[in-house]
Design a protein around this ligand. Structure first.
Ligand SMILES: O=C(O)[C@@H](CO)OP(=O)(O)O
Length: 246
């Protein structure tokens, strides 16, 4: 059994170096290009899919659509869920990462970005950025609507979705692609790779690079690899890591 995970292509706020979270920003020009290249690579490597999963955020849904378009797979069912959304970045959403590091200190920003269980400062419910103001989250109860999420809190919504929705389809033999986000995928990769809470801060996922996992029947990971130029992937991971240092 195989699955492909892909983080969306570069977004306009990745480019502007802003904390994004649930803000529904579009892909940048380069982001569209990265999505196209991901589709071409998957096609060249002989991948095919019969089911896709993505979030409610357009940088992920558009990345998926571009990939499916290039692979001539627009017909396959696509399941969207808010549970695959990016980690909610609370009151940091919209702030520049490097400016925030200057103001609050690099260590504090690193904790907010990469610690396992420290959430960023929470949004006020009266804040216009509160997700309860958006039609796309009307199905969520007040308890489910985040005002800020740590990675731990993100794991608490991503992993049940993985176990209850995605894994059963894999076991039925479906060939699946998941287009999601830096931190919702970090939640999943933490689980799949068995990364400890103390080691998770060093994991960074590059934009638009297909990540393949192969499993045996017991859902044990047998192999894991990024498709594409391995040196470039390392550089892209370092770029994500160093965003607050710009
Ligand atoms: O801003 C965000 O929502 C995420 C992903 O772009 O950023 P970070 O890598 O800092 O967690």
């Amino acid at each position: 059994m195989k699955i492909v995970l892909v983080r969306h292509g570069e977004s306009k706020w990745n480019l502007a170096n802003k904390f994004t979270g649930w803000t529904d920003v579009d892909l940048s020009k380069q982001g569209y290009q990265e999505a196209k290249e991901a589709g071409e690579l998957l096609k060249k490597e002989g991948f095919s899919f019969d089911l896709a999963y993505t979030s409610y955020l357009k940088r992920a849904t558009k990345t998926l659509n571009i990939i499916l378009d290039i692979m001539d797979l627009h017909w396959i069912p696509v399941n969207k869920s808010w549970k695959l959304n990016e980690r909610h970045y609370g009151a940091l959403q919209g702030l520049n990462k490097a400016e925030t590091a200057k103001k609050e200190g690099a260590e504090q920003v690193h904790i907010w970005r990469r610690s396992f269980d420290t959430p960023p400062p929470a949004l006020d419910q009266a804040d216009q950025r509160y997700p309860g103001n958006e039609a796309k989250y009307a199905e969520l109860s007040e308890k489910q609507l985040p005002r800020a999420e740590s990675l731990k809190m993100t794991i608490e919504r991503v992993m049940p979705y993985w176990e209850n929705e995605i894994v059963p389809q894999m076991k039925k033999g479906k060939k699946i692609i998941v287009a999601a986000h830096g931190n919702s995928l970090r939640a999943l990769v933490k689980h799949l790779d068995g990364i400890s809470d103390s080691d998770i801060p060093s994991l960074n996922i590059p934009t638009g690079k297909p990540l393949v996992y192969e499993f045996d029947q017991a859902m044990e990971v047998k192999a894991k690899y990024y498709l594409g130029d391995q040196e470039e992937i390392k550089k892209e991971m370092a770029k994500v890591k160093n965003q607050a240092k710009k």
